[in-house]
Design a binder for this molecule. Structure first.
Ligand code: FAD
Length: 466
């Protein structure tokens, strides 16, 4: 097909559950592309000589290569190409902010809609999950042992890359289930846990061992791993899961949650199943969530599914400044989430028994851009009013948990408590590397994976030299 003909094909739509159905259940919203639709979408790719989309991908997937294979219906080849650079494509195909990464660089995006790279990535990964098992070759054993702390996307990616190079890799995870934010934070309706489980199983097939319920800093220290447990190197990827609170009056009240606790109760502990679950969650007829990122969006859409009406999102800037993925914002609106932009909570209000009865909020306007480049929200004096709710969820960010860093003498941290690393990803302790949110602060799945991949290469060199 000529380029001009390809350019006439419109971007294909992802089929999804109707908003009315999905706001009552936790089943995945996006349903995946059918074979013909995927092939048609893949045909839109212009196969640019200098494929700039790849520059937008932190793990450097050969996008033009796997998309071309899809357009020819050669799924084995598509999966080979995709898995070569990305060990978790079923996950990234679902949660990556493609609109600001690969798709924004697509040549088509200059005049048309970009190729739906995320949809195609998901399509190939879902095909591979059903049609084949072992997806990567493993080098001969090096006899070297490596410890990974944390089983989020950074840890899992690093583990996979090191196992492929022939190292004996053990992942230590504090929780009872591997996956990090992918299982405790991101809800089932965006990323089914079965997808994460399957991708972890694929890593286990490569030889990666996963030990859950092990807290590094408590069960073992980092020094124990190096000195007593025989590990030649350690990759610290324990994320940044410590919630930040606004620091407003009333945060101690019954009915106030951090988004992390709220989502963990519902997702990881299964509180969405109601009385069948051991872990409860307060439902509340009216729920207010504060924040503008993916976490806030997940929390408010979860509240809606648990029956909140309204489930209200308050954010101190305007919708344009929201860091959440565009698709999540769009889905949230379709599900009837009440968006109150340029609004900031200033107090959580109590009833006479110490339960939340509402939040006092203040309207904001946008001033000059701040350090992040976004326009600064400025309070409007005298604009305060109350919103009734029984549950108030704070999703304004997280920071590094000090449990590991405090018990690791000599580990250099920055002023926010994140681990400092050199260009190779090595910390101030020789043989101890770090990546993902514990280094960057709260970022994205693909950036964490990029760290895992890049650092694995440096760790391999370190292990082979020592
Ligand atoms: P994590 O995923 O946080 O994993 C760290 C793991 O380490 C956890 O399993 C933790 O239990 C474990 N751990 C912690 N301390 C210890 C210890 N001492 N010993 C052993 N194990 C330990 N990004 C996107 O790209 N797209 C999205 O749609 C998106 N949505 C998000 C939604 C929510 C609710 C949240 C919270 C984040 C979201 N993000 C999203 C951000 C993304 O999930 C993170 O940037 C990413 O997971 C960071 O990966 P990580 O491997 O560094 O850490």
């Amino acid at each position: 097909m000529k380029k001009s003909e390809r350019m006439k094909i419109p971007r294909q739509r992802m089929p999804e559950q109707s908003p009315d159905e999905r706001r009552r259940c936790f089943v995945e919203v996006n349903l995946g592309l059918a074979d013909e639709t995927a092939q048609l979408e893949a045909t839109r790719c212009l196969q640019c000589k200098k494929a700039e989309c790849v520059d937008g991908c932190p793990v450097g997937v050969d996008i033009a290569g796997f998309v071309d294979a899809v357009s020819q219906g050669d799924m084995e080849k598509a999966a080979d190409i995709l898995y070569r650079d990305n060990v978790l494509p079923g996950i990234t195909g679902r949660v990556c902010p493609q609109e600001t990464q690969c798709e924004v660089k697509c040549t088509l995006a200059k005049k048309h809609d970009p190729v739906a790279v995320g949809y195609l990535e998901r399509y190939v990964a879902d095909w591979a999950r059903v049609h084949r098992a072992q997806v990567a070759a493993v080098a001969e054993s090096t006899g070297k042992k490596v410890a990974i702390v944390g089983s989020g996307p950074a840890g899992l990616t690093c583990a996979g890359e090191l196992a492929k190079r022939g190292h004996d890799v053990t992942v230590f995870e504090a929780l009872h289930r591997p996956g990090g934010v992918l299982v405790y934070g991101i809800p089932e309706f965006r990323l089914p846990k079965a997808i994460v489980d399957k991708e972890v199983t694929e890593l286990e097939r490569l030889g990666v061992k996963v030990e859950c319920n092990v807290v590094i800093g408590q069960t073992y220290t980092v020094q124990d791993l190096l000195a007593d447990e025989g590990f030649g190197a350690v990759f610290v990827a324990n994320g940044a899961g410590l919630p930040i609170f606004q620091g407003i009056p009333g945060e101690h009240l019954k009915g106030v949650y951090s988004a992390n606790e709220y989502l963990t109760r519902v997702n990881l502990m299964g509180a969405f199943q109601g009385e069948q679950a051991d872990t409860p969650v307060l439902r509340g007829n009216k729920v207010v969530v504060v924040g503008g990122g993916n976490t806030a969006m997940d929390a408010v859409r979860t509240a809606r599914r648990l029956g909140a009406d309204p489930a209200t999102l308050v954010y101190r800037r305007s919708e344009k400044e929201m860091p959440a993925r565009i698709e999540e914002v769009h889905h949230a609106k379709e599900e009837g989430i009440d968006f109150k932009m340029l609004t900031n909570p200033v107090e959580v209000l109590a009833d006479d028994k110490g339960w939340v009865r509402g939040v006092r909020v203040q309207k904001m306007e946008l001033g000059e851009p701040d350090q992040s480049g976004r326009r600064r929200p400025v309070p409007i004096v005298g604009s305060e009013y109350e919103i009734e709710c029984q549950v108030f969820v704070e999703a304004i960010g997280t920071r590094a948990n000090p449990l590991l860093t405090k018990t690791t003498p000599g580990l250099k941290l920055n002023k926010w408590g994140n681990i400092e690393i050199d260009e190779q990803g090595m910390t101030s302790i020789p043989g101890v590397f770090a990546g993902g949110d514990i280094v960057r602060g709260g970022a994205t799945v693909i950036l964490a994976m990029g760290d895992g991949k890049k650092t694995a290469a440096a760790m391999h060199a370190f292990l082979m030299a020592n």
